[in-house]
Design a protein around this ligand. Sequence first.
Ligand SMILES: [Zn+2]
Ligand SMILES: [Zn+2]
Length: 475
Amino acid sequence: MDPPPVYISSSGEEDDNNIKCPICCLDISFLTLEERSDHVLECVESPKKFVYKSLKKTRAAAPKVKNAPRPKKEKPEIPAVKILKFSGLDIAVDAFCYRFNPEISHYFLSHFHSDHYGGLCKSWNHGTIYCSKLTKILAVTKLKVNPDIIVALDYEMEYSIANGLKVICVDANHCPGSQIFLFKTAIKEETTLHCGDFRVNLNMLSHPLLQCKVYRCYLDTTYLDPVYSFPDQTQVIQTTARYIKSLHDPETHKAVKIQRRITDFFLPPRNIHYPFLIVVGTYTIGKERLAVEIARSLGTKMYASAEKLQILKHMHESETSWEFLKDLLSSNPFECQVHLVSLNKFADLVSYFDQFSSKFEKIIGIKPTGWTYRSTKSSKWIRDAKDDNEILKTIVGTKEEITVKNLEAQFKTSNLAQVYSVPYSEHSSFRELAYFMGCLDIEKVIPTVNLHNMAYLERWIGCIQSFEKMDIAKF
Ligand SMILES: [Zn+2]
Ligand SMILES: [Zn+2]
């Protein structure tokens, strides 16, 4: 049997012409490795948008029929998986783009990503919305939702909703402001845990509030497949920050420094080393911690566009865990060695760099990717394993790590813009999901993602739930 997978991004082999996106199931074999990774990343963040984009790429546009009357499409009903039923009350989670349901007047919003808040707008008035303080601020400022209908829930506090239903929120470790919801009623057997998008960490596994018996657990099954493995977030952040800092050691710096461009021949030679400009890719919200750690390790401030700075300001004003951001941010890009930029700027980092070339040596892009398609060879051992239990045992027992070598291998001397892809996922890996199901006392797991593959998800849930008791110390 081959050793368990390690994080390397290399081109696929054997099965390379039959690769499907785990989210939208589209055939993406025709895309380059980089494009596949981008596709899946965007699909994870906002599924609908990207499915459309990918389809456009593969099929010719349908001929437009002029003046055809457009039938007003009625919105679909709220899917069953988004409705949580309790004896006294039914509630809905992340269900804002559906037909009005007179039975439901309490709506929970797990976090501020478009595939979850979709449908929310100024005129939305189906009931009361419950979410974190930060998510509320974003819903009000970005979507103009009426603040009077949103109840902000603090972390780790118990709130009464109605008819005996209570809720406690725990940090989902997904994006800032994301929460998982623990619902309780007077009936013990109704205890329900709803995990919207989440990334399992040690804090969650050992959280005192989650040590109760959970009868139903709605699970973010985005990566519930053993091929999805990636290292621990903190380990990735620390290794990346350490590596970026090491690039500035005098000796390394000289080696990394390159002739900036042909026209530089005509400029007077510089006799001091200019720092590198580090740009970290991000979305509206999410992936900030990577940029923060790099800025801290370099002892520099962090710049972002006015719009993003406003969001970061909301973050440090509403969440104590982000309070430190206040002293880290700056609106002057020239005094900041770390910039948070939208991921779509990565297509042309050289142009971005041009504005700052008087202050910086070259530009280094850090691209957080969810999961990078690796050589199918590295997952060959999974196909060769004799049964699911053997696969699970190997994965549970093997902690994956990113090394400085993984980053170094991506270095290209000749590039003015050097991009590093780092496996920074905000969803749980297969291994983390296994520990979550194995360490918490969960009776029934209800998948909420990749439902088209239900039989496959249930196969793994069954395997994990019948597995020996997992040791949290080995997580
Ligand atoms: Zn999300
Ligand atoms: Zn999502």
